[in-house]
Each structure stands twice: as C-alpha cells, then as structure tokens.
Design a protein around this ligand. Structure first.
Ligand code: LLP
Length: 436
C-alpha cells in the first residue's frame, strides 16, 4: 500500500497538467470529465461508456497545425483511429482532410461532408476494383505495390495517382506498429524506383505525390527526421509532383513518466528541411501529414463499472464490465492506459490487475510488454466507476463483439454538455446478418 499522489509525472508535463489539458478534475474525491461528473455521465448513458471531449480534439488539431510554420500544410486525419462521424465533423470544421483505407471509410467521410479531393485513399493489399471505386468517387488515389500500379496503369492509362514508398526504415511503439523497413508489408520498397519510372512512363500515369508512413506511437523526433530525409531524397527522383506526404505516427505520452513529443521543435525542423527541399526541387509543394492518435487518443476515456474483486496468491483482480473487446491495445501490444478510480480518486493505492469480462485469461487491461501486470489505484468497492484514459484512438475503432458482448455507447462532451454520438449496441445489432 502507498498513499496516493495525484502529481506523479517527471515528464515535461505532469500528470496533473496533462489532466488539466484533458479537462479532468477531481471534485469531492470523484472524477469529472469536461465539467461533468463521471457518475452522472454513467447514470445517464450507462456502463461501459466511451466519452470524448471536443475541446481536446480541437486543441490537438490546432497545436499540430501551428507546429509547421511557413509550409503549405494539409492535415489528413487518419480516420481509422476513430471514425465516429460526430468526431469527423469536428475535424472537418477545423479544416482537416482525411486519410482513408477502405471504401466504406471513404463513403462515411463523404456523408460527413469531406470533399472527395480531400480524401487520400491508401488501401493495403487491395484489389484493383477498390482503386476503381476511388477513381469513380474522385478520391486521391495512393498506390502501394508495383503489381497494383501495373494493373491500374493498364486499365486506366493517363490517370493521376500518388505512390506509397517504403523508405527502408520504420519506427513504432510495438513491432506490429512499425510500417517501414525490410520487414514491412507496406509500400513499394525504395530500391524499386526504376521499375516505378518504367510503369509510369509506359502508361503515361501522372504522379502527383510521394507518400510514406513509417509507423505509429513515435515520441522521439529522430526517426521522423531520418525518414523525412529519405522521403525527400526519393521525392527528388520524380518531377512534376504536387505534394509530399510523410504520414502519421506522432505519439502521445500514455505513461506518467513519458514526455510529450516536442512538436513545436519537430514541426519547425520538418518545415525547415521541407522548405529547403522545395527550393532545390524548384516548386513549392504541399506537405501532408496523417495524424490519427495525436488528434484523438487523449480526448477519449473508457468508463467501466467494478463487478468483482478477487485475490489469488499472486494478484488482486478488479473485474469490470469491459475488456479487450472494447479496448484491445493492452492485450494486443502490451499498451499502457492509465486507470483511475473515478469514484474515489484519492485513497490508499493498491497494486491491482484490471481484468475484463471476456472469457480469456489475456483479457486484462493492465499489460506491459512482458504480459499481465498491475497498476496502483485506490482500492475500489463494487459498483465503483473506473476511468481508463487516453482511449480515444484505436479504442472503439478496434472493438469487437466477441463473447456476444455489445459495444458501448459513445458520448461527446462539449462545453459542459454531453450528447450521445453512438448508441449502445443491442441484441438485435449483434444478430443482424445471422441467417437462422
Ligand atoms: N497513415 C497511415 C497510412 C497509417 O497506416 C496510419 C496508422 C496513420 C496514418 C495514422 O497513424 P497515427 O498518427 O495514428 O500514429 N492500432 C495501433 C495503431 C495502428 C496504426 C495503423 N496505421 C495502436 O493502437 O497503437
């Protein structure tokens, strides 16, 4: 047992400061999010529940936008991080464009109001028919394999496209999250530029941009800058381009001891290099980035209710009404999400495993790279509400209906008011599509 200290981060922003950024407050020892008490939110919308804060999304977008001085910047939100239309609308309002990876993502984006020419369609291992769909819809087409480029050229000579290149290096918070380098399935490897030129010429295809995305959850500037150099060197091999897209990957500090990515510094360095490149290239190109996590993660909190408390010789388990069906990141990558006891924020902290309600031993929300682990938080009582932080990106988006458990509702908090932005799934939702 140790006593609770709310400020515990030695990073360049303390947890408390990060919480203020997220509009987290403790009133009478209970957690409030965006001026609303967690208890009231759960009374109104039920448990478990995803809650997003609009102000945080807008602040992150603006922070990013302002970090790239002097360049013509287009921010394509990677909607795979969280495709909820209410959240997409906030980003549309901020001026975002989109990174989409499937026809249905693009369909939803169009319904929300994004212009087709603002949607960069980057599928992975897709058939020609999906590119043709993109072409008909007027999307920006991004091709990431030589065989698909050949097929596309044969069928649609003279068309415009951009190319996803694997710049030979990658970085990410987990091996599954590195998307560049010789072990990665993404993009056309940078040593195949001759073949690219040959196909482009043969079919008179018009190359408008070079794209690369090296990975996700990056908190250090070095890999991004190294990749940028490589991408610009590759870009120089092609003439007549309109843009360079350096992908997403901008990380956020999930752990209290992690520091924020120094975005103003990184953005300034990227901008400087990019402007120098444009001078040498002879035209001023647009710079595209594709953030997902950076815009959404810290805006979202997964709230759950304590159903069970039990002890084994090794661990104290707190059992809640959610699990890896709603937040897969801990089980899949060993990712850390800070857990708070929203019903008693301060008190004697104990080391506990937060376990889900899915019938698998791996259904634990406190994992690290070695497997199951614990977190310290004030010992809950049955019925207490727990808050699992920084769950706005790749949380609900990666959820499933495993064990025939329905997905939670989603709520958006804007200036002290909460509104439902996705209904809790029902039994009927779960069985739709079954043929009895
Ligand atoms: N652009 C492309 C082509 C991508 O594949 C991705 C993410 C992004 C942009 C956005 O990356 P971000 O800015 O969010 O790092 N499920 C994992 C993350 C997988 C990311 C997949 N691609 C996680 O929960 O950590």
């Amino acid at each position: 047992m140790r006593s609770f200290t709310y400020i515990r981060s030695p990073g360049n922003l303390s947890s408390k400061e990060k919480d203020i950024e997220k509009h987290m407050e403790v009133i009478e020892n209970k957690l409030w999010l965006g001026d609303l008490s967690v208890e009231d939110l759960m009374q109104e919308f039920g448990s478990p529940l995803y809650v997003y804060e609009e102000d945080t999304i807008r602040a992150q977008y603006r922070r990013l936008y302002e970090s790239f001085p002097g360049v013509s910047l287009q921010i394509h939100y990677a909607m795979k991080a969280n495709p909820n239309p209410a959240l997409l609308k906030i980003l549309l309002d901020e001026g975002a464009w989109l990174d989409a990876v499937s026809p249905f993502e693009t369909k939803l984006a169009r319904e929300v109001g994004f212009l087709p020419e603002h949607i960069l369609f980057t599928g992975n291992n897709i058939p020609l028919s999906e590119l043709e769909y993109g072409l008909e819809e007027g999307l920006l087409i991004n091709i990431e394999s030589l065989s698909l480029l050949e097929e596309f050229g044969k069928a649609h000579p003279g068309k415009e496209l951009s190319l996803r290149i694997n710049p030979g290096m990658g970085s990410g918070h987990h091996a599954h999250c590195i998307t560049g380098g010789p072990r990665s399935k993404f993009g056309i490897y940078y040593d195949q530029l001759d073949e690219i030129h040959e196909i482009l010429t043969r079919y008179q295809l018009k190359l408008t941009g070079i794209h690369a995305h090296i990975g996700t959850g990056i908190l250090e500037p070095e890999p991004m800058l190294e990749a940028l150099d490589m991408i610009l060197t590759i870009t120089h091999q092609f003439s007549g381009l309109q843009f360079v897209d350096i992908g997403g990957g901008f990380g956020i500090p999930y752990r209290p001891e992690q520091s924020l990515l120094n975005l103003p510094e990184l953005g300034a360095q990227i901008s400087r290099k990019f402007l120098q490149f444009c001078d040498a290239y002879g035209t001023s190109l647009d710079l595209k980035i594709e953030p997902g996590r950076y815009l959404m993660a810290s805006s979202g909190t997964l709230l759950a209710t304590v159903n069970n408390i039990k002890k084994t010789p090794d661990y104290q388990f707190v059992g809640v009404d959610t699990g890896f069906n709603h937040l897969l990141r801990p089980a899949l990558y060993g990712s850390y999400h800070r857990v708070c006891n929203a019903s008693r924020m301060e008190g004697d902290e104990e080391s506990m495993v937060l376990a889900g309600y899915i019938c698998e031993s791996g259904d634990v929300l406190t994992h690290n790279s070695e497997g199951m682990t614990t977190q310290f938080f004030p010992r809950p009582r049955l019925g207490d509400r727990l808050a699992i932080l920084d769950a706005g990106a790749y949380g609900m988006a990666m959820s499933s209906q495993y064990n025939m458990r329905n997905r939670p509702a989603e709520v958006l908090v804007t200036q002290g008011k909460a509104r439902l932005i996705r209904k809790r799934e029902t039994y009927q939702d779960l069985i739709r599509g079954f043929v009895f």
